[in-house]
Design a protein around this ligand. Structure first.
Ligand code: BGC
Length: 273
């Protein structure tokens, strides 16, 4: 059996930026500072794959790549990615990015990646029971775990609350575009989404991720949220997605190339921590 990977390039594709860094897979850390490019507009599959290729060139990377997608992903194929271009629906993202970069590629939902990283190295390390990671950014992402094992593609940001999507009520982009005070956003908007998620899943642990988990931002609103579950900010902050992408690359891409041609990998067997 091939030995597990030591390093992979983790790339996090977001609504505003595409960020990447080589990941040390044993430690779950970035090997060097991450490199960021703006998400192209329109964010078509080709344009975004080119942005990933730019990151690959920056690091002169030749090895395996784990890549997050802000949408529903199954076996390398994107089914929906509402914060990117509509052309992503049905795109074999793993194959496309593999062709653009010449590297083996595994793809995974962005919040699932962040969740995997938090459960393996961060706020959820070693936790049993039901844990939920909610990421607040351009949209709201979610990752659901039972005893550390992921239930992929939960898409809780698309829950309907009073006829509106949860992410249209409480994403961090909503706070920014409406210039809401942290308190108004937390007590009025985020709390409504959290209440509903708690009602549905009764989690033991709730981890809040995305850029809002940065200590200075968390200090503005974390203490205002009321939960039955234990509440924690993501320990890996906004790098959780990149680290999680690396974890998925490790779990799904064998270390040694069996054939010369670059091939994409399936993410059907996502790892547990
Ligand atoms: C997408 C999710 C994604 C989340 C955060 C949502 O709009 O449907 O797949 O995880 O945004 O990027």
């Amino acid at each position: 059996m091939a030995k597990p990977l030591k390093k992979a390039l983790g790339v996090d594709i977001g609504g505003s930026g595409v960020k990447g860094a080589p990941i040390h897979l044993k430690r779950g850390e970035l090997v060097t500072e991450r490199y960021r490019v703006e998400t192209p507009r329109p964010a078509t599959p080709k344009a975004v794959a080119n942005a990933v290729a730019e990151i690959v060139r920056f690091f002169d990377w030749k090895g395996p790549i784990g890549c997050t997608i802000p949408g529903l992903v199954r076996d390398g194929v994107v089914e929906v990615a509402s914060n990117l271009d509509a052309g992503w629906a049905g795109t074999h993202a793993a194959r496309l990015i593999s062709e653009r970069t010449g590297c083996k590629v595994a793809v995974v939902n962005d919040a699932d990646a962040a969740g995997l990283a938090e459960m393996k190295y961060g706020a959820g390390k070693g936790r049993k029971g039901v844990s939920i990671v909610l990421t607040f950014g351009t949209g709201i992402g979610s990752a659901l775990f039972l005893d550390g094992r992921l239930v992929p593609n939960t898409e809780l940001g698309h829950l309907q609350l009073g006829g509106q999507l949860a992410e249209d009520i409480a994403a961090h982009s909503v706070r920014e575009s409406n210039e809401l005070e942290w308190e108004v956003w937390a007590r009025g908007h985020v709390q409504e989404v959290i209440d509903h998620v708690e009602f549905l899943f009764s989690p033991d642990l709730l981890i809040i991720g995305g850029g809002v988990s940065r200590p200075d931002r968390w200090a503005e609103f974390g203490h205002l949220l009321l939960t039955r579950a234990e509440l924690q900010p993501a320990a890996l902050g906004n790098n959780a997605g990149i680290v999680g992408a690396g974890i998925v690359a490790r779990a799904t891409i064998p270390r040694k190339r069996k054939k010369k041609k670059a091939r994409s990998a399936s993410t059907s067997a996502l790892p547990s921590p």
